[in-house]
Design a protein around this ligand. Sequence first.
Ligand SMILES: *Cc1c(COP(=O)(O)O)cnc(C)c1O
Length: 398
Amino acid sequence: MGQSLMPTYARQPVTFVRGEGVWLWDTEDRRYLDAIAGIAVCGLGHAHPGVAAALCEQAKRLLHTSNLYQIEAQQQLGDRLTQLADMDRVFFGNSGAEANEAAIKLARLHAHQRGIADPAILVMESSFHGRTMATLTATGNRKTQAGFEPLVQGFVRVPYNDLEAIDRVAANRTNIVAVLVEPIQGEGGVILPASDYLTGLRARCDQHGWLLMLDEIQTGMGRTGRLFAHQHQGIRPDVMTLAKGLANGVPIGACLARGAAADVLGPGSHGSTFGGNPLACRAALAVLQALEDEALPAQAARQGAALLERLRTALGDQPGVREIRGLGLMIGIELARDCTELVGQALAQGLLINVTAGRVLRLLPPLILDDEQLALLADGLIRLIQHFLASAPPHDPE
Ligand SMILES: *Cc1c(COP(=O)(O)O)cnc(C)c1O
């Protein structure tokens, strides 16, 4: 079984058949605490009643018409989302990569409309923006790109968290039109911005007339303890992309824009057959409602701080642990050596975690994580990592 699927993923040997809140059950009725939430997608947990009710109701009424017509749920979602994000307009697609594609096209069209014929977008090392040709080119990971050349033109890469590198590019080039950046790098290893980085980027974008385009696909929807991660810094982007947590598992992506950037894409310049369809938009509206009703960004802030504290107390001084970092319920535990094997070990103990960038154990649990579940997660992880460290070679070659 399974031979028919292109093996693009190295899958764990487990099949889940149902879920509830932070829990998943497999085909043997074994229960797992899900601390990855479909990679930051199911922020409300599994089988959320509000989302399920909205989906059922909409499925019985109308799944899809077309963007050739007015779509009430899409307009409602657009109004609500732009209001919450303090942005002017939004385009809906079906995934994170599509949201970033829209942002990239928007930046290029904006440049062409102002007479810049060869626009370039600043992107970061160790970034992740998706798997389509333009977004894998924007991604700062050679593994993602290898074999897919020729890549898309018009990107200039600098190290993350390095404002001086940005200044050097600004001094040497006149065709930069935008910066595309994750407020916290997710796939790159939960890399947090320096305290002055995002404000520094905002200032430079203002100074040079560049668009500040924030990829909040992983950090958005309450994950970091605010609805959007950039709100921690009090800055506003010109363009922001969302996906993952926006509809708790129903595919959707959004590209929001503000000011001049909101007036760039016009009729015929961009589109999507499925984007913003009634079903996906009803799910996202239910998510926004639940985030507000259940005060989930605040819960993520509180539980994230508590989890970080517990992990740091137990593991912070252990040799073999490089750093424990995060914001809200986006947490990375960086070890001194590759720890990919921890994923399988955690699974065997009923814990779903993820390892990214080789040696960063990443936690992205549902935002609804309660105190008891938090304790279970923390204790399980601490035991797992201590065991892993004890089994480590005494002198790490690095
Ligand atoms: C997951 C992710 C994407 C890509 O989203 P898809 O829905 O897989 O296309 C883009 N940017 C960031 C920051 C992500 O975490």
